[in-house]
Design a protein around this ligand. Structure first.
Ligand code: DQA
Length: 147
């Protein structure tokens, strides 16, 4: 099984960026935690971060071409703005989980709408770095169902 983990704009700054909202764990640490978990479960993970919308879209297309089993994506600010990222996920046809470190529903009203939410298999938000681990746990449980 293969899972693509995609991090959107500004998440390269995790650990230093508004730590009271996003926590002190760096993106490298989050990826390392996910990689350890995945390895223990025999799942192949690949990681991608970009600050550029078109690069994120290209990675989503690629996930479709390589017939990845799942995408775990934190679209960051693009959650609330991006019709094109939504269209890319719809086109790729790979089931995905929308992840957020913070709980956008508790924050400014412009964060309450997600362009991806109704396409997602599910959403996990509000648990900091654990949001990603919970998403991976859900994906792994779904592989178990299939086998
Ligand atoms: C975020 C929430 C978004 O509203 C924000 O723009 C981000 C990060 C989160 O992980 O909590 O950049 O996706």
């Amino acid at each position: 099984p293969s899972v693509v983990v995609i991090h959107g704009p500004n998440l390269d700054l995790l650990g230093r960026r508004e730590p009271e909202i996003y926590g002190r764990t760096s993106l490298q640490e989050i990826n390392a935690q996910l990689a350890r978990f995945a390895e223990d479960c025999g799942v192949a993970l690949s990681f991608f971060q970009s600050n550029a919308e078109h690069e994120l879209i290209a990675r989503v297309h690629e996930a479709g071409h390589e017939a990845a089993d799942w995408i775990i994506i934190n679209p960051a600010g693009l959650t609330h703005t991006s019709v094109v990222l939504r269209d890319a996920l719809a086109a790729a046809g790979v089931p995905f989980i929308e992840v957020h470190l913070s709980n956008p529903e508790r924050r400014e009203s412009f964060r309450h709408h997600s362009y991806l939410a109704d396409l997602a298999e599910g959403r996990i938000s509000g648990f900091g770095a654990d949001s990603y681990l919970l998403a991976l746990q859900a994906v792994i449980n779904r592989f178990d169902l299939k086998t």
